[in-house]
Write a protein that binds this ligand. Structure first.
Ligand code: LMR
Length: 337
């Protein structure tokens, strides 16, 4: 038998076990926590700034005991694998765009993708910061995610190698979209050909000519360095891009309640900052692009905008069922003045 035949080895094993126990007890005592936050955009975007502010607040308020590691620019995970990484516990926090939840069994989130639904960010906030937003955050639980809040980026603009002002301009253009069926339908309704691609692959796809154009808020357009690849930006403002901050529920449940409160309040402040910066950063990006000699900026006339909006209307009927007619009604009611 082992203990009789080799007492020295038994002693060693006991010592190793005691050491392991001591280490785990001391970890539990010191309460150190690591929270990995992965996202796909650049650091100098509303989401990137929100994430770094969150990290700083958490470090200050926990005296460095809770460490937030932020991985931007799809360094760790991209659109194709970040949700899976969250579920498996390979990262603890994400802030995917609302357009990306439909593919993960939450089609109601595609309501935000409906073209020309919102006219301004105040309308968006009435949805995200009100009862509809709360209801949507709760639904994330169905897919093993805990929703902690919403963040704006802003309104998307079309870019290509030519202005996209009329249906004739869109005809046959291959335009990159996020993996949202509503966005694909929107492009088809306008006469374009949607090409679904992860965000991290868009630059390359534009550079190689796999796609002709894309739709982005200007902060993403600028920080992804798409300007050298797209000569024309048309200020269509046809759709909204925003995010939900989600966390792994097992990780959340493993925290002490005081730590959950600390993280919640730091996140609320970081989200407020991100929401404050979002409009500002898109404005600054526009100013910068207007100064760029390689990019032409185009505006829509009221008639051109009305014609695109009308062409996109069938998307509403096509998706009322999967989004949920009653959710759509609640959203429209929240938007109504
Ligand atoms: C996109 O894929 O275009 C956006 O969701 C990227 C982002 O996170 O802003």
């Amino acid at each position: 038998m082992f203990h009789r035949s080799n007492p020295a080895l038994l002693w060693l094993l006991a010592a190793v076990l005691a050491l392991a126990l001591a280490i785990s007890v001391s970890h539990a005592d010191s309460g150190t926590v690591l929270l990995r936050f992965s996202h796909v955009v650049a650091q100098d975007t509303p989401k990137g700034m929100m994430a770094s502010h969150f990290k700083e607040l958490v470090a200050q308020r926990s005296g460095g005991r809770i460490r937030v590691e932020v991985y931007c620019d799809s360094q760790l995970y991209g659109d194709d694998d970040e949700m899976e990484a969250l579920r498996l516990g390979a990262v603890e926090m994400l802030a995917p765009s609302l357009s990306k939840f439909g593919n993960y069994g939450l089609p109601e989130f595609e309501v935000f993708d409906l073209p020309f639904l919102f006219d301004n960010l105040a309308q968006v906030r009435r949805v995200t910061q009100g009862p509809v937003g709360q209801q949507l955050l709760q639904r994330l639980g169905r897919q093993q995610m805990l929703g902690l809040g919403f963040l704006d980026n802003g309104f998307k603009q079309m870019s290509a190698h030519k202005p996209l002002r009329t249906l004739a301009d869109f005809q046959g253009q291959r335009l990159r979209v996020q993996a949202s069926r509503v966005l694909a339908a929107q492009m088809r309704a306008l006469g374009a050909q949607p090409v679904v691609l992860p965000f991290g692959e868009t630059l390359q796809a534009l550079a190689s000519g796999v796609v002709d154009g894309a739709e982005n808020p200007l902060s993403n357009f600028l920080t992804q360095k798409l300007a050298p690849l797209q000569s024309d930006v048309t200020l269509t403002g046809h759709g909204y891009l925003g995010y939900a901050v989600v966390i792994n529920p097992r990780f959340w449940a493993s925290l002490k309640s005081a730590d959950r409160a600390l993280l919640n309040s730091a996140l609320a402040e970081a989200l407020a900052l991100g929401n404050q910066l979002s409009a500002q950063m898109n404005e600054q990006a526009l100013t910068q692009l207007q100064r760029s000699p390689n990019v032409r900026i185009h505006h829509l006339t009221a008639e051109q905008r009305a014609a695109l909006k009308q062409a996109a209307q069938p998307v509403y009927e096509g998706f009322a069922r999967s989004i949920g007619a009653s959710l759509l009604k609640d959203v429209q009611q929240a938007i109504a003045p």
